[in-house]
Design a protein around this ligand. Structure first.
Ligand SMILES: [Ca+2]
Ligand SMILES: [Ca+2]
Ligand SMILES: [Ca+2]
Length: 207
């Protein structure tokens, strides 16, 4: 909670500066304990099918270079890159983080989202220092099969539980909403899953 407050203050500081512009990217949704093939590679993996969604609340487009996804201890796990247009969502799957880490000798963790509560961080590299830009700490009940936690609406301060696939009836906050997880799309709305189809599968289809 304290970390979130610091982030909000950071946004106001940006707005009050000489160059008005975007507040920066925000962590928007987190899936810590998948039980389905969320990354669409045809296989389920507790590591590869975790995902984190980043959102650009605007105004304006954002250069993500210099921002990194991190772990609760603020160690960087995966560098973001490229432009994110205003209102756009970027999803990073555990499989992408794992592949990057292996290629670059950053270990082999994936996104390392604990299943009994954990913290996910968005870091910014400033003058060779890692600065905490945004963070979300989730509870144990948020990290159960195929439940995600996210802001509602996109980019706003309040985090809720998206539990349509695995309803939560308890009274620990955030409470269940019955709304679906939405990787790559507006929070609270159904998204059409993006499934990668390999050339091999296409050939089988059209043979
Ligand atoms: Ca996990
Ligand atoms: Ca998968
Ligand atoms: Ca979403």
């Amino acid at each position: 909670m304290r970390i979130l407050l610091l982030t909000v203050l950071g946004c106001f500081a940006t707005f009050g500066s000489a160059t008005p512009g975007s507040c920066g990217p925000v962590l928007n949704e987190v899936m810590a304990d998948p039980s389905l093939d969320w990354d669409g590679d045809g296989e389920y993996s507790y590591r590869d099918d975790e995902w984190v969604e980043i959102y650009n609340p605007g105004p304006g487009s954002l250069d993500l270079d210099g921002f990194l996804l991190g772990d609760g201890d603020e160690s960087p796990l995966y560098p973001l890159t490229g432009l994110l247009e205003e209102g756009e969502h970027l999803v990073v799957y555990g499989s992408e983080a794992y592949a990057f880490q292996q290629e670059n000798d950053w270990g082999a963790y994936g996104l390392r989202l604990g299943n009994s509560g954990d913290t996910v961080t968005l870091l910014q590299e400033v003058d060779d220092e890692m600065v905490l830009f945004d963070a979300y700490t989730y509870e144990d009940h948020e990290a159960e099969d195929d439940r995600s936690s996210g802001r509602l609406p996109d980019g706003e301060a309040d985090w809720v539980l998206f539990d349509s696939l695995n309803p939560y009836g308890g009274d620990t906050e955030p409470l269940g909403t019955g709304l679906p997880p939405s990787p790559g799309g507006p929070n609270g709305e159904e998204v059409v899953p993006v499934r990668t189809t390999t050339w091999g599968k296409l050939r089988t289809l059209y043979r």
